[in-house]
Design a protein. Structure first.
Length: 278
């Protein structure tokens, strides 16, 4: 009976497993301080935000506990792998370790409080980011360039006379709308071409003018609405300001850390010798 038990593969597996873990603990001891896993407030917030982005809802307490434990176990795996030197020369592990350092830097950077004073100063210093674009609403009469220069000049002269008489110009049929509701400079540039909104900005409201050029041809314009650029009030863009401030704060902290690394380390570059061309 004993002989049969000793020949069981399961027993062999159990014995080998025990020997592996005992031997591993003896040969590769993890330092006591390395056995303490601290999950910071910033990390918990990141775990919670990750859950929110995947599930579109806040995590339940039990779900958050499970996610935190999963993170902690992952941390344990990494520390055990480093104790076995499995990270040496492994690009994937190196990338993960750099990512961990990035998280650490973000946690440290989050120690800088986003006070109202700090946010207001950032808002003032970067006010150009929080401008509402100029908008234009107008009527337009399209003139195709698909004609000879003589024919085009004759047609334009005729439209100038109509405008001088207080009449609306006449043009060619097209799929373009005859009336355009208020659009921003960026929207107009995408629709009519980069130079179109610049020329539009020079026109006066309430009269037929032009023609001005677009990607399609020429246009006589009756400008109905012209709203200039304005800086949005701070309270309207507070969330955007906070997001931008946090991004810049993290970026600045990371740049400062990398500069300190460059001061601490020496970089030796061994360039390969280039073979001389025949």
């Amino acid at each position: 009976m004993l002989k049969k038990i000793l020949t069981e593969p399961l027993l062999h597996f159990i014995v080998i497993s025990i020997l592996f873990f005992v031997g591993y603990d003896l040969l590769n001891p993890v330092a006591p301080d390395e056995r303490i896993i601290t999950v910071s407030e910033g990390r918990v917030a990141q775990i919670n935000n990750s859950f929110l982005s995947r599930r579109n809802r806040e995590a339940l307490p039990s779900e958050l506990d499970n996610a935190i434990q999963g993170f902690a176990i992952g941390e344990m795996y990494q520390r055990e792998a480093r104790a076995l030197s499995l990270d040496v020369g492994d690009k994937v592990i190196a990338q993960r370790l750099r990512k961990k350092m990035t998280y650490l830097l973000e946690d440290l950077a989050s120690g800088n409080e986003a006070t109202d004073v700090a946010l207001n100063k950032f808002y003032q210093d970067n006010s150009a980011k929080y401008r509402s674009s100029a908008q234009y609403g107008f009527k337009q009469v399209f003139i195709s360039l698909d004609r000879t220069e003589i024919e085009l000049n004759k047609l334009l002269l005729l439209q100038d006379k109509r405008i001088a008489q207080g009449l609306a110009p006449e043009g060619d049929g097209s799929l373009l709308p005859s009336e355009v509701d208020a659009l921003s400079k960026e929207q107009l540039a995408r629709k009519f071409g980069e130079l179109f909104p610049t020329e539009l900005a020079s026109l006066e409201i309430g009269q037929w003018q032009g023609p001005i050029k677009s990607n399609f041809g020429l246009h006589f314009i009756f400008l109905q609405e012209k709203t200039p650029e304005t800086i949005k009030p701070f309270e309207m863009v507070r969330k955007s300001v906070l997001h931008d401030w946090q991004y810049q704060n993290n970026k600045t902290y990371t740049e400062q850390y990398e500069q300190r690394l460059l001061e601490r380390y020496t970089i030796n570059i061994q360039m390969p010798s280039l073979a001389k061309e025949g």
